[in-house]
Ligand binder design. Structure first.
Ligand SMILES: Cc1cc2nc3c(=O)[nH]c(=O)nc-3n(C[C@H](O)[C@H](O)[C@H](O)COP(=O)(O)OP(=O)(O)OC[C@H]3O[C@@H](n4cnc5c(N)ncnc54)[C@H](O)[C@@H]3O)c2cc1C
Length: 243
């Protein structure tokens, strides 16, 4: 591990130097394996947060952002114990479905991203990949979090939104809102998922990622609002249940 960056009080980005990394697409993940001295080992999946390396020009760096679950087996180790210089065993990149590839036909299409909690991680890779490749397709991120202090990448998202007319970010708070926020906290609904210019007749590609219940609720709202179910790609983060 090459470096760490705290994103919130309970989430940390870990920066990995991966010699021989073959590159990846935005949205893919890696499988991280931890092995104890007695030989017990366990594995969890983590989305890649960083944009794909630029044609091999930069160093092969892979960033993961891990949300700590206090009673978790793996996430406390990755966010509190793993230190710079420690090795980490990983396999990947994994997954070819939940990906946004600016080189393909997807590069011209509007993209609606819907995140619940740490489900923002692969969507952030897509936002970073869009910026890195100079792709013009409009992006809208709807990001559901418990409260303002729980939002990952808040400063970077604000900066990217300021610098780029084609990127819009909307927050939905489930437990605590910033002062003066116009709507009370609550579950994600049609109001925030539809916005002027983001109606289903624009046929955006839609990516939804987060905890299982969140993904199902958000996908239902989108389909009921008129989005084509086949245009909606989903990724569920957990609970892991030994996956
Ligand atoms: C494709 C994929 C990509 C993922 N990417 C990320 C990522 O980028 N960042 C990230 O932080 N996590 C990500 N996850 C979730 C991650 O794999 C682990 O499930 C998570 O870190 C918890 O592992 P743990 O060992 O700490 O907890 P465990 O010991 O597995 O579980 C502890 C307790 O928490 C519950 N639990 C487990 N996972 C979750 C969850 N995701 N949400 C709510 N409760 C849960 C369990 O039911 C159990 O009660 C991803 C999962 C998948 C399938």
């Amino acid at each position: 591990m090459a470096a760490t960056r705290d994103e919130t009080a309970t989430a940390r980005t870990i920066v990995l130097d991966v010699p021989g990394w073959p590159g990846h697409l935005a949205g893919q993940h890696v499988d991280v394996r931890l092995t104890a001295q007695d030989g017990y080992s366990t594995e969890r999946s983590y989305s890649i947060a960083s944009a794909p390396p630029d044609g091999g020009a930069g160093p092969p760096v892979v960033e993961l952002t891990v949300q700590r679950l206090e009673d978790g087996e793996v996430s406390p180790y990755l966010t509190q114990t793993l230190a710079v210089g420690y090795p980490l065993e990983l396999r990947g990149p994994v997954g070819g479905w939940f990906v946004w590839n600016p080189d393909g036909s997807a590069g011209a299409r509007p993209v609606l991203l819907v995140a619940g909690g740490s489900g923002v991680v692969p969507l952030m890779a897509m936002i970073r990949a869009r910026a890195a490749t100079g792709t013009q397709s409009p992006f809208r991120l709807v990001y559901s979090v418990r409260g303002p202090d729980d939002a990952l990448y808040a400063a970077e998202l604000a900066e990217r939104e300021r610098a780029d007319d084609g990127l819009h970010v909307a927050y939905a708070y489930t437990r605590k809102t910033p002062q003066g926020w116009p709507v009370p906290p609550g579950r994600i609904g049609t109001g925030v998922l539809t916005a002027p210019g983001w109606t289903p007749d624009r046929h955006p590609a839609v990516f939804v990622c987060g905890p299982t219940g969140f993904v199902e609720a958000a996908a239902n709202v989108l389909v009921n609002a008129g989005h084509n179910p086949r245009a909606i790609k989903t990724e569920r983060f957990g609970p892991s249940g030994g996956q």
